[in-house]
Design a protein around this ligand. Structure first.
Ligand code: C2E
Ligand code: MG
Ligand code: MG
Length: 766
């Protein structure tokens, strides 16, 4: 709480009950006096009013002085303070004139009207929600209806009942005060029931006691018997004072307490004009039962006026409702538009796409969904920045829009994912459309100063029997992933087996998570040999999963699952630590006979994860190894994944950890990559080694030889993978390969067997 707030609170919380006690005791005093009074000392009964109202003025004044209040709250209570003061004056005059017992006099009526006007001003001054001309007109009609009806009732009923001898001026004063009271009651009541009032609603409700006693008092002053007239003439003012004190007290409490929000409710005071109509109708019926005189005619005219007012008001309400309805419809249409289109591109969004697809399916019309995802958009976005990335997506949307035919609907599903709804369910036509759309994205894009070449992958789904829009889109998504996996920049049509694969992958991912936790993973080590000396040179750690029910699961199966699910990060961390610990054990056991370094495969998601470099450093220091003891194997595609990976690789290289390009020759091998990337080892992919011996595949042999030469020139170590025969080994050695690994020399081995190789005669082992 801030300092001014707490100051206000302390000012408010002290002494709030005293005025309440004074006013309540004054009122009770008057009541007691009414019961036990002796006939002649009327004066005593009038003492309650001045006390209670003075207390009321004091209570209001205390709130005004509390400071740090919202301006409208202050103004309200200030006006109430003046109203209380005027009414207190009224009470004093009434006390002075008590013995005359002449009923309402002009001396009492004037300050009373002043007090009532101030009360009215206080309530009318409360800030109301923004009012339109229609609201004002409706309010005026309400006021008119109530004023005419209450004037008629006063005149016809109350004045009729006035005791003989009541002067005309007394009757007029009583009628004016009475009608004023009814109006005040309406205004006060409406404010009390208003949903967004700044003044405490409970206080407002208590304050309605004032006008109620005012109205009742006036009626009884004129029409009541002596006893009830006296009761009300002595009770009305103290009751008003007590209401003000209690209202002020409630307001103080509300100010020192966080307020609960109130909800708009239809005010019962809205029904008052209709009550007025009913009451007047009752009068009309009574009057028409008798012969008409001038007064009765006036009642009829009044009734007609009221009916006119009420009808006009109803018409206004009707017009207001029509306008409101039109506004709501307009807003609804705008909201629908916003909810169904994409902010960035203006294309229909996922919801709109699904609705349109669903409508076609429900109507039994042919349809197909093509889902298009920009390849490597994350990397592009990282490189050119999010603003340029947005521009690029906008241009993609433009191209799709341009290339779509009239009955096709392009949409942006989110991120770099677009979809096109085709109005043709023919698979060949759908493939042609997918091709056309991918071609639309093949031309370079211009973003700012840069020219960018994009590729995208697409998945096609043709709705099957009973399939809903969601399912069709999901199938297109599965097909799109298949396209990505088959090397990107292409399209694939969905086949049900893809869904089975997907489910299988998801299940496998769940089991792998448990498998890692339960320690079902093992490492094997495949030796790398020096092909010239035949000596053991190094070894590559290869992970294995011994599944409790599936049995042995090959890394070719679960590594892609781990990569897609992100599990590769914890899995890779375990492999790294385990391999380093094993090397440390070998080195302590076999000394110089042990291999110098262990090769560990690293996936791109590991390289992208923050803290990977620190993790490597920590593992090396924990296991007592140096950076010379570790070779990390990465694939070509991961090297070009973006600046984060580049930075990680550079940091590892600077640390002294050697990097090997695995499966070299299969990815997007480019010579510039070898210069940009701090590589130490090239591992020629097995596919080049297969068939190298018999010379049948001269192309592959040429590549294998070129890679060996390239490595020599760049002073990199070349390792041939997957050697299975003596012929392959000889050939590779002839064309310049110094190192190699393969089943011909050794399969991946348990750590102990690999260690045994280190202990045995290395030449014999080869
Ligand atoms: P890679 O890194 O290229 O590993 C070489 C793969 O070739 C190993 O398969 C190995 O057993 C196999 N291989 C070696 N010599 C021969 C041969 O003469 N003939 C044949 N047919 N195969 C041979 P493996 O262990 O099944 O691993 C497959 C791939 O799984 C690895 O290819 C690597 O990319 C990945 N992988 C294995 N372990 C890990 C790991 O711990 N982390 C990561 N990220 N990937 C791993
Ligand atoms: Mg490898
Ligand atoms: Mg390999």
């Amino acid at each position: 709480m801030t300092a001014p707030e707490s100051a206000t609170e302390s000012r408010l919380s002290s002494g709030g009950l005293a005025p309440v006690l004074v006013s309540v005791w004054a009122t009770i005093g008057v009541l007691v006096w009414l019961v036990i009074r002796s006939a002649d000392d009327v004066t005593y009964g009038y003492y309650g009013g001045p006390f209670a109202l003075a207390a009321g003025a004091f209570a209001c004044h205390r709130i005004v002085r509390a400071g740090e209040l919202a301006r409208p709250v202050r103004t309200f209570w200030l006006r109430l303070e003046f109203a209380a003061a005027s009414l207190a004056l009224t009470a004093v005059i009434a006390l002075a004139r008590a013995n005359n017992n002449t009923g309402m006099s002009i001396w009492v009526a004037v300050p009373m009207m002043l007090g009532v006007s101030l009360l009215l001003a206080a309530f009318l001054g409360l800030p109301a929600p923004r009012r339109t001309a229609l609201c004002w007109l409706r309010g005026t009609l309400d006021t008119l209806t109530i004023a005419i009806a209450s004037a008629l009732i006063f005149w016809y009923v109350v004045l009729d009942l006035a005791p003989a001898g009541t002067s005309l001026s007394d009757k007029v004063i009583a009628a004016v005060v009475g009608v004023g009271g009814v109006l005040l009651l309406v205004v006060v009541g409406k404010s009390a029931a208003a949903p967004e009032t700044v003044v405490d609603p409970a206080a407002l409700r208590v304050l309605t006691t004032g006008p109620v006693t005012c109205v009742a008092g006036t009626i009884l002053l004129i029409a009541g018997d002596d006893r009830s007239r006296l009761a009300l003439s002595v009770l009305a003012l103290p009751l008003t004072g007590a209401a003000m004190c209690i209202g002020a007290y409630l307001q103080r409490r509300a100010l020192t307490r966080p307020s609960a929000s109130s909800f708009p409710a239809r005010s019962v005071f809205d029904m008052l004009p209709f009550a007025a109509v009913i009451a007047t109708a009752g009068l009309v019926i009574t009057v028409s039962a008798q012969d008409m005189n001038a007064r009765q005619r006036i009642v009829i005219i009044g009734a007609l006026l009221i009916t006119g007012c009420v009808v006009a008001r109803q018409l206004l309400s009707l017009r207001e409702n029509t306008l409101a309805l039109r506004g709501i419809r307009r807003q609804q249409a705008e909201l629908e538009r916003l909810a169904l289109s994409d902010n960035l591109t203006g294309l229909p969004n996922r919801t709109r796409f699904l609705v349109a697809l669903g409508e076609r399916l429900d109507a039994g019309l042919p349809a197909a969904a093509v889902l298009i995802d920009v390849d490597d958009f994350k990397m592009i976005n990282d490189t050119i920045g999010p603003a340029a990335g947005d521009q690029l997506l906008f241009q993609v949307s433009q191209r799709l829009r341009e290339r779509c035919t009239g009955d096709e609907m392009p949409a942006r599903l989110g991120g770099d994912e677009f979809a096109v709804l085709l109005a043709d369910g023919d698979p060949v036509a759908a493939e042609a459309a997918a091709n056309r759309l991918l071609l639309a994205l093949a031309d370079p894009f211009r973003v700012g100063e840069q020219q960018l070449l994009l590729h995208a992958s697409a998945g096609i789904a043709i709705p099957g029997d009973g399939e809903g829009a969601d399912e069709v889109l999901r199938n297109a998504d599965i097909a799109m992933y298949a396209a990505k996996e088959s090397g990107k920049a292409s399209f694939v049509r969905f086949e049900p087996r893809m869904r089975d694969d997907m489910i299988n992958h998801a299940t496998l991912a769940g089991e792998l998570r448990n498998g890692i936790a339960r320690g079902e993973l093992r490492l094997l080590y495949q030796p790398v040999f020096d092909l010239v000396t035949g000596r053991l040179h190094g070894c590559e750690a290869l992970v294995r999963w011994q599944h409790p029910s599936r049995g042995f699961v090959s890394p070719g199966e679960f590594i892609p699952v781990a990569e897609r699910s992100g599990l590769i990060v914890p899995l890779g961390a375990w492999v790294l630590r385990e391999a380093c610990e094993q090397l440390a054990r070998w080195r302590s056991e076999y000394g110089p006979g042990a291999v110098e370094a262990v090769n560990v495969n690293v996936a791109v998601r590991q390289l992208r994860a923050t803290g990977f470099v620190d993790e490597v450093a920590a593992v090396l220091s924990d296991t007592g190894l140096t950076s010379r003891n570790l070779i990390l194997e990465v694939t070509e595609s991961s090297v070009v994944d973006g600046w984060q990976v580049q930075e990680a690789l550079q940091a590892l290289h600077d640390m002294g950890v050697r990097l090997a390009l695995d499966d070299f020759g299969t990815g997007q091998s480019s010579l510039s990559l070898l210069r940009a990337f701090p590589v130490d080892v090239l591992k020629l992919d097995k596919s080049f080694v297969d068939g190298i011996a018999d010379g049948a595949d001269r192309g592959r042999l040429a590549v294998a030889a070129a890679v060996a030469q390239l490595a020599e020139h760049l002073q990199l170590k070349a390792v041939a993978e997957g050697i299975e025969t003596q012929g392959q080994l000889d050939r590779l050695r002839d064309i310049g390969y110094r190192y190699g690994q393969g089943f011909f020399m050794a399969k991946p081995l348990p750590a102990a067997d690999c260690g045994a190789l280190m202990a045995a005669d290395p030449v014999a082992a080869a």
